[in-house]
Structures are given as structure tokens and as C-alpha cells.
Design a protein around this ligand. Structure first.
Ligand code: 1QQ
Length: 389
């Protein structure tokens, strides 16, 4: 008995000392791809979200109530995303869903959350139209209309003699179809010639046909809209077959988990980002050291965006407590979801991506973007995104 009292007292003391929040945790759903090729992105998203959960709860959660992330693997397709969303909405009664990983999945699963009046924050959906799926859908991932053309401008600075360009895109993925449209428009706008367009699938592993056509066209630059596994394999095959010109990749190339796929052949690929671990703002300066301590590496874009998504939901939960004068934990789930969505949109947030604004549509405005060149290390598996000046 005495031991129990002592234990209880010391636990209480520990809680007070570290200002740990108390009470039943607030469930926040994380529906990203933790299996299939999409896990190359999903793993980074899970890491970023876990850092947010830890940092937020260490600071007292939402007015003293901790948050709890509820992870549901979406796999890589639409059916997996729909299933994960349904579980989070009905079984886990989450206040909001962060996910899914792909725009392709968002177009299928987000309408279900929208119908159920559950706020969705897209952590990595960059295709045109995602934020406009419905009232309950927003995103913190800048659309490629704003990001992708930056990479082309830098590529031209690296090699001003570029004239003929090959464009590649995975035709079975909504984001890649959207992104290639933006790339192609920008390429023409810069007065360059699209010598050929090659279609691939996110499921492809052999790109002999496309690589042969590209080599035959004698282009100076290849602009690729693919995901990480297919894109990584195609870059590798382009180089192994002897292509020596510049390669520009889209958002699917923003994962260091692609490096072991393409190995040293990825060195030199130019990619635009919505995040840099070097960004000097208070939020990023707090986020990076904790991420490094937990995962022994710098956070990449998808980790920072997942962290940002959790922060947006928590900032909005705090806003709900302030504007209603109620504790979130005491609110009815449906009432809370609606109030939370209203708080998420039409607000600005301090994040590792810098200050971001979500408009009434849930669409993001972001100020700072980056362009980097991939450099693979001697081990052929790890590497860095070296910022281009
Ligand atoms: C999208 C993307 C992917 C590259 C996310 C991993 O931007 O599907 O919209």
C-alpha cells in the first residue's frame, strides 16, 4: 500500500515536473501509405508526425489534454485509402484525418470524409484541385503549379544551351498527370522544344522502351513526373543506357528513400522542394533537432509536411477552445469536427515550411520554395539534396 502511494505520488510529481498533459487523449488520424512502394513516402510522413506528437504533448497538448495519433495504413491505392478513412471516421472517431499520401488516393477517399463532415488535411497532395474536393478538405502541400516550374528555371541556369526536352510521366497517377501538364506548359513558355513525350506506369520496373526512344531523340534534358520507385528505376536505366544530359524530377523525387533505388545514378538530378531542413525560422529550428535526435538524419520534405499537418490541426484545436470557451475533450465529436474545420480554413500558421495561409477553400499559400540537386554518397544509398543557389 505504502509503495503504491509512493508510486502514485512520484508519478504525479513526474507529470507536474514535465507539464505532461492529462486526460483522455484527442485522437488525430494519420492515413498514409505504410506499405507498398508508397511507403517510401509514408515512412517519412510517419516520422514527421511522430515528432509533432511528441513535441506538442511535451508542451501540454491542447490546453492540457494530450493528442494521440491513430495510424491507419492506406497502402498504395484508392481502396486502401478509402478503407483507412472509414476506419478512422467510424471506429476511431478521430477529430481530423491527415492524409492520404497520394493525390490519386485523395480524389477517391477525401469525398468520403467530406460527406461525413470530418476535416482532412492533405500532407502531400499536390495535384490541381485537391483542396477543392470539398468544404472539409484542405492541404498544406503547395500545388505543383507553384513549385515545379522553379526546377526548370534552375536547370536552364545550370545549362543555358538546353533546347530539346523529353517529357516523361506516369499516366496512371493523378498527381503525375497534373504535374506533367504544368511542366509541359512551363517548358513551352520558356521557348524550349518538347521533342517527345513518354508515358510510363507507377508499376513499371523496366523502362527500356522509353529510354531507347529518349536516346534516339537526342534531347538535352529529361523532365520526369513519376513516383519514387518507378522514377528511381527509370533514372538508373537512363544513365546505364548512356543518357548524359540533365534530368529534372518532380515532387515524386523528393524522398531520400528513392536514393537506394537509383543509387549513384541519381547524382545531379534537379528537384524543386517546398521545404529545406536549412530553413531558418523558429518552428524549423525547433523541429530539426528533435527529428535528428529521433531518426538520426535531417528531415526531408514529406516529414516536415506531415509535422506541419499535425501542427495545423493542433493550432486549430486550440483556436476552437478559445473561440467556444469549451474544452475540446468535452465536445461532441460531430460538433468538434465542424468547429475544427472552420478553424483550420481561413487561418495562417507558423510552421517549418515558413508562414503558410489556408484560404476559405483550404488551399495553401506558401512563400518560400527551394531547388536542389541530388548528391549520392559513396555508399550508393544515402545522399543529400544540395540547395542550388
Ligand atoms: C501527390 C504527390 C506525391 C508525390 C506525394 C508523395 O505530390 O500525389 O500529390
Amino acid at each position: 500500500m505504502r509503495i503504491f502511494v509512493l508510486l502514485a505520488a512520484s508519478l504525479l510529481f513526474a507529470q507536474a515536473a514535465f507539464a505532461e498533459p492529462v486526460g483522455s487523449p484527442i485522437p488525430v488520424g494519420i492515413a498514409v501509405g505504410q506499405t507498398t512502394n508508397v511507403a517510401l513516402f509514408g515512412e517519412e510522413q510517419v516520422n514527421g508526425a511522430k515528432v509533432a506528437e511528441r513535441m506538442i504533448n511535451e508542451k501540454g497538448g491542447v490546453g492540457g489534454t494530450p493528442i494521440k495519433l491513430v495510424f491507419q495504413d492506406t497502402g498504395g491505392d484508392e481502396a486502401g485509402a478509402i478503407n483507412a478513412f472509414q476506419n478512422l471516421i467510424s471506429r476511431d472517431k478521430v477529430v481530423a484525418i491527415i492524409g492520404p499520401t497520394l493525390s490519386q488516393q485523395a480524389f477517391a477517399a477525401n469525398p468520403i470524409a467530406n460527406q461525413a463532415k470530418v476535416p482532412v488535411v492533405g500532407p502531400s497532395n499536390t495535384a490541381k484541385g485537391v483542396a477543392q474536393i470539398g468544404e472539409y478538405v484542405s492541404r498544406i502541400s503547395a500545388p505543383m503549379t507553384l513549385v515545379a516550374p522553379n526546377a526548370l528555371k534552375r536547370a536552364l541556369a545550370v545549362n543555358p544551351n538546353i533546347k530539346n526536352v523529353a517529357v516523361v510521366y506516369a499516366q496512371d497517377d493523378a498527381f503525375n498527370v497534373s504535374e506533367t501538364g504544368i511542366f509541359q506548359e512551363a517548358i513551352k513558355g520558356m521557348g524550349l522544344n518538347i521533342a517527345l513525350v513518354q508515358k510510363t506506369s507507377v508499376k513499371d520496373t523496366d523502362f527500356t522502351t522509353q529510354v531507347t526512344a529518349i536516346l534516339g531523340a537526342g534531347v538535352d534534358m529529361v523532365v520526369m513526373s513519376c513516383l519514387a520507385a518507378d522514377g528511381g528505376n527509370m533514372v538508373k536505366q537512363l544513365r546505364q543506357f548512356g543518357y548524359e544530359g540533365l534530368i529534372v524530377g518532380g515532387n515524386g523525387f523528393n524522398s531520400p528513400n528513392m536514393y537506394p533505388v537509383c543509387g549513384k545514378e541519381c547524382t545531379g538530378v534537379i528537384v524543386a522542394q517546398a521545404y529545406s531542413p536549412k530553413a531558418d525560422n523558429a518552428e524549423n529550428n525547433a523541429f530539426v533537432p528533435v527529428f535528428k535526435e529521433m531518426f538520426k538524419k535531417d528531415p526531408a520534405q514529406f516529414s516536415a509536411q506531415a509535422y506541419t499537418s499535425v501542427k495545423v490541426v493542433v493550432d486549430a484545436l486550440n483556436e476552437v477552445e478559445q473561440s467556444t470557451g469549451k474544452k475540446v475533450a468535452d465536445m461532441d465529436t460531430a460538433e468538434l469536427r465542424t468547429a475544427l474545420n472552420a478553424a483550420i480554413i481561413s487561418s495562417s500558421y507558423e510552421t517549418p515550411l515558413g508562414e503558410i495561409v489556408l484560404d476559405a477553400d483550404g488551399e495553401i499559400t506558401q512563400k518560400t520554395f527551394y531547388v536542389s540537386q541530388i548528391k549520392i554518397a559513396e555508399d550508393g544509398k544515402t545522399g543529400i539534396m544540395e540547395l542550388l543557389p
